[in-house]
Design a protein around this ligand. Structure first.
Ligand SMILES: O=C(O)CCC(=O)C(=O)O
Length: 273
């Protein structure tokens, strides 16, 4: 079902996220997956899991995803016409459980036991994106664009609807092994209404969007399938970087992706349209 801009704005304002928005055609998806496979061959999976950071500056096909007209339509509906791409990163959880083929042991659906095998495997702790971004003056919107089907068993994104209305929550160092977040932060469990958590399953080529204050996380990949997504952060041009020692961050790869920028707050943003 196609939603108009006003509907997207309303829903996003109420819940802080929207999911299963179709973006890539089957051909576009295949091209992106093929190009990503090339990067896996070149760098290896340890690297492509989390280290492909801001490569929209390096590869035209990645910039093409970040500027995809359908994707920007939803972003602009929320942030308005003048939008800067702040940062981007591929986040892949590779399967780590031994499969039937390699062990000879038959497991239901060839998956791991989540409780037993999930311990120490890569996961993303409950957090708010705003905790990482030293800027003010407006919101940040995160896109999660699926290159693979992202479902419960391979660790799809989970969100707490409406949690973006609660302001910035305290984050501490996670005590759990495997947190993929670069500074290992985590909102303490007692502050997260986990009983309200909603899974955001995506088919490959779909995206979800979420507000920078929305509390979200993802579980380990206990399937035998990769779960790979391209995460892109967008801000309206009225935002500006601040010096916050709690949220140290440089913005070296910003790109104006829609409209005009009469503010000039980010150094690289005029690099192209
Ligand atoms: O890929 C994930 O599981 C987490 C992504 C995330 O935290 C984000 O998109 O802000």
């Amino acid at each position: 079902m196609k939603r108009d801009a006003a509907e997207i704005q309303d829903l996003y304002e109420q819940q802080g996220y929207m999911s299963a928005i179709p973006i890539l055609s089957p051909e576009e998806l295949q091209q992106a997956r093929d190009a990503f496979a090339e990067l896996e061959r070149k760098h290896g999976e340890d690297y492509t899991a989390y280290s492909l950071h801001n490569v929209h500056k390096e590869y035209d096909w990645v910039m093409g995803l970040a500027k995809h007209p359908k994707l920007l339509e939803a972003v602009i509906a929320v942030l308005g016409p003048d939008v800067i791409l702040l940062d981007s990163r591929f986040i892949c959880k590779y399967p780590v459980c031994k499969t039937q083929e390699s062990t000879g042991v038959i497991q239901p659906n060839n998956t791991c036991d989540k409780e037993k095998d999930g311990v120490g495997m890569p996961f993303v702790a409950w957090h708010q994106d705003m905790k990482y971004w030293g800027f003010d003056g407006g919101p940040v919107l995160s896109v999660w664009l699926a290159l693979d089907d992202s479902l419960e068993d391979n660790g799809a994104l989970q969100v707490i609807p409406g949690s973006h209305h609660s302001g910035l929550l305290p984050h501490y160092q996670s005590k759990r092994a495997g947190n993929m977040l670069s500074v290992n932060q985590e909102i303490p469990e007692e502050l997260v209404e986990t009983e309200k958590a909603i899974l955001c399953p995506l088919q490959a080529g779909q995206m979800s969007i979420h507000d920078g204050l929305l509390v979200h996380a993802s579980d380990p990949n206990t399937s035998n399938r990769r779960r790979c997504g391209y995460v892109i952060r967008y801000v309206p041009t009225c935002t500006y970087p601040i010096q916050d020692p709690e949220r140290p961050r440089t913005f070296l790869a910003t790109v104006l992706v829609s409209g005009t920028d009469k503010h000039n707050h980010f150094s690289n943003k005029t690099s192209e349209l």
